[in-house]
Write a protein that binds this ligand. Structure first.
Ligand code: HEM
Length: 533
């Protein structure tokens, strides 16, 4: 479900329609099989006025950490509780699938990990996870750096032009720049394809954005008209979507064929010896074809690649966007990050080893994921009846839910819960270094970094499911370390050279949500050469 931020100039007809819909659907189911759950009485206009996750937060404060939200005949259970989240995501994970999310994504990702049925998921997850080993990540750090340098070079050239006409700052939509950067990185890292989108446009790039746009549209539209048999031929945007999919699929099919045709024993040997840094192509596709060639047909490989392209692109771009949004309002934190970068790297490039030492920049990434988790809601559907724990505030006997119950685990609510975080809405990367020790809740083991020794970032284990930057349990993100390092490198290279300010006020940056939280009109910033250099 997607909701746009308030627009007071909204046409009257649309407002009237919303009001009518609201009158019709304000009806809240009070009984039924979810009868024992506290119920949020929301009007549909609540949903249209602003992003859904804001309303879910207000209802969480009002109704508690597990509540029912019903619109007309449809009810959802909203979970904002670490104990219940742990039950759904880890302890009883296989009693749930991705429900509505899988229905929306299946036409795009086929049997990729996110929408896949359980049998396919088990088989593919076993094959894909080993692809993200330490040497692969080391090779990826080079790619992250090369691509980020390309972006920085572009900014430097723009700034030079500006200097020659007397200015000292450039104005840029950094969200768009991060989106191009993340696309280039995911293309190279997953299937060794250089979109080159930082510097050019291409039909494949347009098709990727078209597909993302359609996925977002589908997650926001209440009637799945695209399922009607002729929709793909009759409805223009559906025809365009089919064309976009074909462009990407043809590109991926070509890459898979090429990877299979160029499979060389030496490469396989190098892979087996894990000689990654000497490989020309260290991509995940190479790994899957060389090491696991027999495991999957071309269609399955294509679904895997498409899934990682979509899952790894917008998410990382959003993390970088919000990290800069918060940093730009906190110049002292920019200075602190720059001091760390200067002392660890000077003007050198980051490496896997030096990245470990860039702790403050990494915590900036994690803090922006706390405040704007990507995605803000995890979606599940119960495959069989279950009893959800009551959580820390609810009924001690728990809540029975029937098979088919749709659940939103609100990561946004968990990450801003006043019960678990001090000053939950403030941007304080330092909080992870001095986590509060005074929260004593039965059934929840508190924040404790020693539970995950050597972890790259604070996570669901160290927080016992109060902090879920990459989900948790068996369906946890496979690209978590990839993404943390990628975002850290992107920020490091930016702050090594530049100071950032917002062009307008923070309030003028409006939010829109689809799968991720992004801005309505871009993140317009002023970039200047660092003043202390
Ligand atoms: C799953 C977040 C980057 C591939 C997930 C999930 C989250 C997440 C929260 C769990 C979804 C659920 O439980 O329903 C993020 C964030 C990223 C990021 C915040 C960037 C900052 C990436 C990258 C890749 C990737 C770079 C691939 C290279 C996947 C895949 C899954 C997944 C394949 C499905 C795993 C499964 O169901 O087994 N991601 N992700 N993600 N992510 Fe990521």
């Amino acid at each position: 479900i997607r909701c746009q931020s308030t627009n007071t100039n909204e046409p009257k007809t649309r407002r009237n329609l919303l009001d009518n819909a609201s009158n019709l659907l304000t009806t809240v189911l009070s009984g039924g099989s979810l009868g024992s759950l506290p119920t949020a009485e929301g009007a549909v206009s609540d949903l249209f006025g602003r992003p859904l996750f804001f309303s879910l937060y207000d209802w969480f404060l009002e109704h508690g950490s597990v509540y029912k939200l019903a619109f007309g005949p449809k009810a959802f259970v909203v979970v904002s509780d670490p104990i219940v989240a742990r039950h759904i995501l880890r302890e009883n994970a296989f009693s749930y699938d991705k429900g509505i999310l899988a229905e929306i994504l299946e036409p795009i990702m086929g049997k990729g990990l996110i929408p896949a049925d359980l049998d396919t998921w088990k088989q593919r997850r076993r094959v894909i996870v080993p692809g993200f080993h330490a040497l692969y990540l080391e090779a990826m750090v080079k790619i992250f750096t090369n691509c980020s340098e390309r972006t920085i070079l572009k900014f430097e050239k723009l700034l030079e032009g500006e200097h020659s006409s007397g200015g000292n700052a450039i104005e840029l939509d950094l969200e768009a720049e991060f989106s191009s950067l993340a696309l280039d990185i995911i293309g190279l890292g997953v299937f060794n394809y250089d979109f080159g989108s930082v510097t050019k446009e291409s039909p494949v790039i347009k098709a990727v954005y078209g597909t993302l746009f359609e996925a977002e549209h589908r997650s926001t539209f209440y009637i799945p008209y695209w399922k009607f048999p002729l929709a793909r031929w009759i409805v223009p945007r559906q025809r365009k979507f089919q064309n976009d999919l074909k462009v990407i699929n043809d590109c991926l099919d070509g890459l898979i064929k090429n990877a299979k045709d160029t499979r060389q024993e030496t490469d396989v040997e190098k892979l087996q010896q894990r000689d990654y840094l000497n490989l020309k192509d260290a991509s995940l596709l190479r790994f899957l074809v060389d090491m696991r060639g027999a495991d999957a047909d071309d269609r399955q490989l294509r679904d895997d690649l498409m899934t990682m392209l979509i899952a790894g692109h917008e998410t990382t771009a959003a993390v970088l966007t919000w990290a800069v949004f918060f940093l730009a309002q906190n110049p002292s934190k920019i200075r602190k990050a720059q001091a760390e970068i200067d002392s660890v790297l000077g003007q050198e490039r980051p490496t896997l080893e030096s990245l470990q030492k860039l702790e403050y920049v990494r915590l900036i990434v994690m803090e922006s994921l706390r405040l704007y988790p990507q995605p803000p809601l995890l979606i599940r559907r119960a495959l069989k009846p279950d009893v959800l724990p009551g959580g820390y505030k609810g009924d001690k006997d728990g809540y029975s839910i029937p098979a088919g119950t749709d659940i939103f685990v609100s990561v946004y609510n968990l990450h801003r819960s006043p019960y678990f975080w001090d000053r939950p809405h403030e941007f304080e990367p330092e909080r992870f270094l001095e986590q509060r020790k005074d929260v004593d809740i039965e059934g929840w083991s508190g924040f404790d970094p020693t539970r995950s020794p050597g972890a790259l970032y604070p996570n669901e284990i160290t927080s016992d499911y109060a902090f879920l930057p990459f989900g948790g349990g068996p369906r946890k993100c496979v690209g978590d370390q990839f993404a943390v390092m990628e975002s850290t490198v992107g920020l490091v290279l930016l702050l090594q050279k530049f100071d950032v300010e917002l062009k307008g006020s923070p309030e003028s940056v409006e939010l829109v949500t689809g799968a991720t939280i992004h801005t309505k009109n871009g993140l317009w910033c002023k970039l200047k050469k660092r003043s202390d250099k």
